[in-house]
Each structure stands twice: as structure tokens, then as C-alpha cells.
Design a binder for this molecule. Structure first.
Ligand code: TTP
Ligand code: MG
Length: 413
């Protein structure tokens, strides 16, 4: 139905969280509010600023600036080293909220996405109302503000959200795109790099209105097809669709040990932990795996990978772990040596069969148990529920955010 809507009738949202890393820090520590704050590197170190609060930006601080310079510009600024896991977690929550509103979400970065809300009026009211609800939900769940631009296409929506920061909402009505962009400098157009901007300025073009007015043959000659594309965008014409990412084909988690490991129990415990993470990720996506893979890297960096096909698709901790253990047993049977890295993956995915039958089978009971575990963990952190096996990892790894902090955090998906 939506494909029949012409491009100029679309309602595309661009949403971007405000001073994201700082906002996450402020949610945990409200005393940072209203003050110049920067996340990135340790104060006095050679790092750079990753994120500066709007108060700090008034002193000229911005992302990418060396900390040393930032300290000079704003001696009162509070510098925070930052913790990527926290931002990754907040980001996952942010993108989950967006997907609650529509599956048509194209994530752009940790704190940024496009949404296509065309045709959702009967459901959420006008797009601006939906945007207000999305913003409110993000504040409620993350205590972070967002800025939203709404337009008929991606380019104008993104420019609009940039221009209403922080905590803004700016809708460009259909037909107003070109007039909205016209007075803005070239740098405001996403996709227009420094080199092109300089080339255009050399031609006497300084604003998007002037770019839009350039004769096509001149642009074509100077900048090629790219020039024509930029000119279309500068006119506010952009029919590119919002593209949700392709469904994930596999899930995996791996970690490198702080020291090479010969202790089989420790290998088993780590495998158990990684498998639980993989299984939880599968369940969160409503998927089951037909194949389990084990990866081992020995101390001499030799790396092996072994797969095991499951008789029935599964997202059960135990079923996946048994398969992983069988693979580990076989691998170590062939070569018994110190292990540097261990990883587990789930592949050949199918949609989970979520129907519980009228007369519960043992599989159904297991499924309800895992759902309860997942709910507990969503509330109290991953370590709220542990098996005897994973508990011993506590001696090896520091805990952070109710989870073990492995050396290579299990971000690989
Ligand atoms: P941005 O959305 O570009 O910036 P921001 O959220 O800090 O501020 P705003 O959107 O309100 O202008 O980037 C999101 C996060 O990505 C940012 O908080 C920190 C991180 N980041 C870096 O680590 N290095 C960088 O150079 C940039 C630009 C961002
Ligand atoms: Mg941002």
C-alpha cells in the first residue's frame, strides 16, 4: 500500500540524540547537568574529545579536538573518560524504541536513524505527533533528549534535525524543501564533502540555493554525475528509500583471555557464558539456530572453526551449549594446547516457533523459563541469573553494569 504513495507525500523522520555520550553520563550523574562536560580520553592525556555538552560547545569545544586544547579553552570543563559499553547499551535501547514504532527504521549510527512514517497517520496522528511521542519515550527510558527533523526525503529531514538541536522538532512542509534549504551554507548538506564544497566556492557558489540554481551542464562538467545529484538534493528532491538493515544471518560472541588458558573448566565456563549471550540475542530477535559453531585460537594463533548441525532449531542455552561442548571436546581431543581465544556462533537461522502448545511439552517449559530469565536480565542485568558454571568467571573478570567485562567485549554480532 505504501509503495503507491508518491515521494512528495512521504513523511521521513531523521532523529539524532543530543550530545549523546554526555547525555548518557548525565542520566547516571545528574550533577553534571547544566555544566560544561566532555567525554573522551582522560584529562591530561593525549586523547581527543568524543562528545562535548552544549555548555562546553559555547567555549569552542567539539568532537575530535585534542583534550589538551579543550582544557585550555574551557578550564572549568569536566572531563569524563567514558565507557563504550554504556553507550552501546543506551544505543541498543534507543534503536529498540524506534522499532517499536515502525519496522521501517534505518540506523545510521549509535545515536541516529531514519524512520519512514508514511501512512501511519491513522495510527499515531500526524508525523509531528508521532515524533513527540518517540522523543518522550526516549526521555522516559533513557533520560536523553533527541532532535527530530521531518520532511518528504532524507536530506531535508536530516538538515532539519541538525538545525533544531538540542531537544528540537522541526517539520518542513511538503513543497517548502527548496526554500528551507536555499539560505543555508554548502556545509549543511549531508554528503557534500569539504573538497566539493571548496570546488563549488571556487565557482562562486556559497549557499544551497545557489547550488540549486547552477545550470546542470556546468555541474555535470565540473563535478560529474555527483554534481547533478547534489543539485537535486539542494533543491530538496530526494526519493531515496529508508532501508532497514538486512536481517542478521548469524550471531556470535567471542573473547580473548587475559592469559592463555589450559584449564578445561575455565574454557567450559567461558563457553557457557558466551553461549548464553548468543542464545539470549537469538531469543531477543525471535530466531532459532540450526547450526552451532565453535572457534578456538591457540596460543600460537592457529585458529580453528568447527560446526555442528542441530537436530531441531533452537535458541535454548542448554541445547546450544551441549553442541558447543561437543565441538570443544572434539577440538581439544585433536589438539590439546593452551587457548588464547574462544568463540561461539549460531547460524542457519529460522524464525522461532513461539507458539506454546495447549499441553506444555518439556520444550515449552524450557522456553517459558528462558523468557522469564530474559525478562529478569533485562531488568537487573545479565548476571542476575547465573549457573554454577559461569559464576566462577567472577574470579577472572571485572564486573561492570551487571555483566562481565571481557577483554574483547563481545560486541561482534
Ligand atoms: P553525534 O550525533 O555526531 O554528536 P553528539 O550526539 O555528541 O551531539 P549532537 O548530535 O547533539 O550534535 O555523535 C554521536 C556520538 O558519537 C557522540 O556523542 C560521541 C560519538 N562521536 C565520537 O566518538 N567521535 C566523533 O568524532 C563524533 C562526531 C562522535
Ligand atoms: Mg547526536
Amino acid at each position: 500500500m505504501r509503495t503507491s504513495v508518491p515521494h512528495h507525500g512521504r513523511r521521513i523522520l531523521h532523529i539524532d540524540l543530543d550530545a549523546f555520550f554526555v547525555a548518557v553520563e548525565r542520566a547516571r550523574n545528574p550533577s553534571l547537568r547544566g555544566k560544561p562536560v566532555a567525554v573522551g580520553g582522560e584529562a591530561g592525556s593525549r586523547g581527543v574529545v568524543a562528545c562535548a555538552s552544549y555548555e562546553a560547545r559555547r567555549y569552542g569545544l567539539k568532537a575530535g579536538m585534542p583534550i589538551a586544547l579543550a582544557m585550555k579553552l574551557c578550564p572549568d570543563c569536566i572531563f569524563i573518560p567514558g565507557a563504550f559499553e554504556r553507550y552501546a547499551q543506551a544505543s541498543a535501547c534507543f534503536h529498540r524504541i524506534l522499532r517499536d514504532f515502525t519496522p521501517d527504521v534505518e540506523p545510521l549510527s549509535l545515536d541516529e536513524a531514519f524512520l519512514d512514517l508514511t501512512g501511519f497517520e491513522p495510527h499515531y496522528g500526524p508525523a509531528a505527533e508521532a515524533a513527540t511521542r518517540i522523543k518522550a519515550r526516549i526521555v522516559r527510558e533513557l533520560d536523553v533528549t533527541a532532535s527530530v527533523g521531518i520532511a518528504t526525503g532524507k536530506t531535508v529531514a536530516k538538515v532539519a534535525s541538525d538545525r533544531c538541536k538540542p531537544d528540537g522538532l522541526l517539520e518542513v512542509p511538503p513543497g517548502q524543501e527548496a526554500a528551507f534549504l536555499a539560505p543555508l551554507p554548502l556545509d549543511d548538506l549531508p554528503g557534500l564533502g569539504d573538497t566539493t564544497a571548496n570546488a563549488l566556492r571556487g565557482l562562486g557558489v556559497a549557499t544551497l540555493g545557489q547550488l540549486a540554481a547552477m545550470p546542470a551542464p556546468v555541474l555535470r562538467q565540473r563535478l560529474g554525475w555527483y554534481g547533478l545529484l547534489l543539485s537535486e538534493w539542494a533543491k530538496g528532491r530526494d526519493s531515496r528509500p529508508v532501508l532497514p538493515p538486512a536481517p542478521q544471518k548469524s550471531f556470535s560472541r567471542e573473547t580473548t583471555f587475559p592469559q592463555d588458558v589450559a584449564d578445561r573448566d575455565l574454557l567450559r565456563a567461558t563457553l557457557r557464558y558466551l553461549t548464553e549471550r548468543v542464545a539470549a540475542a537469538l531469543r531477543a530477535e525471535g530466531k532459532e539456530a540450526r547450526c552451532v559453531a565453535l572457534k578456538l585460537r591457540y596460543a600460537d594463533f592457529t585458529t580453528i572453526s568447527r560446526q555442528h548441525a542441530l537436530r531441531h532449531p533452537s535458541a535454548s542455552d542448554d541445547a546450544l551449549f551441549q553442541a558447543g561442548m561437543a565441538l570443544l571436546g572434539q577440538a581439544l581431543g585433536k589438539r590439546w594446547d593452551k587457548v588464547r581465544l574462544i568463540g561461539v556462533g549460531a547460524a542457519d537461522l529460522v524464525p522461532a516457533d513461539l507458539q506454546l502448545s495447549l499441553f506444555p511439552t518439556s520444550r515449552d517449559r524450557e522456553l517459558s523459563l528462558y523468557r522469564a530469565v530474559d525478562r529478569l536480565r533485562a531488568r537487573y542485568g545479565f548476571l542476575a541469573v547465573q549457573t554454577g558454571l559461569t559464576q566462577r568467571l567472577g574470579r577472572l573478570y571485572p564486573q561492570e553494569n551487571e555483566d562481565y567485562r571481557l577483554k574483547t567485549s563481545a560486541l561482534s554480532r
